[in-house]
Design a protein around this ligand. Structure first.
Ligand code: SF4
Length: 246
């Protein structure tokens, strides 16, 4: 297949790149320090497509894509922001900062509206891993390998999935539990595979989650959807590389 869009190699930028990205040199030291402060607590990840194509660098910090993907001071409470910024400024090491960071993360109510406890289905008194069943006809499924994204959104409420809060994560390594649950719940007509972003996965891996949903006993499941921002954040997932045509 021929492509009119030139190929691009996926490059990820995170907290360690805030002082290195040439585009960010337009900001003041204090602005970059503010970004680093927030990025100590909340996940930050962009890629070269977002940086080079989606952000108008003549319009920062107001550019909406910049605000959507780069850390913003208002994401932390003022007292937490001051504390972490102060620690960075006096050169506190990671060991000293870790407990404060964790305290702030847990204080940010990472799973609002009881998502962690109220929407997780139970079978035989045990939680079914990697699933949420909030709406009668729809089950959300979180495959383990899809718990990251091509870039992170600053408004995202799924961030505990990205920062290693293990007891705040829900993800499943396999579709077996999902299939068994769906066989017993004929009211479910729709499965939403989400994350993170499931399109971060290679197609071969994605297939291991999807194909079991097409088997016998699941005829009541009439739609399988993917929650993804890949068309916006990394369109090359669909235009280039071995996975794009698969
Ligand atoms: S899960 Fe969705 S909203 Fe959250 S960072 Fe990833 S793409 Fe953005």
């Amino acid at each position: 297949m021929t492509h009119s869009i030139p190929e691009r190699r996926f490059q990820v930028y995170g907290k360690a790149h805030i002082d290195k990205l040439p585009q960010l040199q337009k900001l003041t030291d204090q602005q970059r320090l503010a970004m680093k402060t927030v990025a100590e607590v909340l996940p930050f990840r962009v890629n070269n497509y977002v940086v080079e194509e989606l952000i108008d660098w003549d319009n920062i910090p107001d550019d909406p894509m910049f605000q959507l993907t780069f850390p913003q001071q208002g994401m932390l409470r003022p007292e937490d922001f001051e504390l972490i910024r102060g620690m960075i400024q006096r050169g506190a090491d990671a060991k000293e900062m870790a407990p404060e960071i964790k305290r702030i993360q847990y204080g940010l109510n990472p799973h609002p509206a009881g998502q962690k406890s109220l929407n997780v289905p139970h079978e035989n008194g045990e939680p079914v891993p990697g699933m949420q069943h909030k709406y009668r006809e729809t089950v959300l499924f979180f495959p383990m390998a899809g718990q990251t994204c091509h870039a992170y959104c600053t408004y995202c409420f799924r961030w505990p999935q990205f920062v290693g809060l293990d007891d705040m994560k829900f993800a499943s390594k396999e579709a077996v539990g999902l299939v068994e649950y769906l066989k017993r719940h004929k009211e479910v007509t729709s499965v939403l595979i989400t994350g993170g972003d499931p399109m971060i996965m290679r197609t071969q891996l994605l297939r291991q989650y999807v194909e079991p949903l097409l088997g016998p006993g699941l005829e009541h499941v009439t739609s399988i959807r993917f929650g993804t921002k890949a068309p916006a954040y990394w369109p090359y997932r669909f235009t280039h590389g071995p996975d794009s045509d698969d």
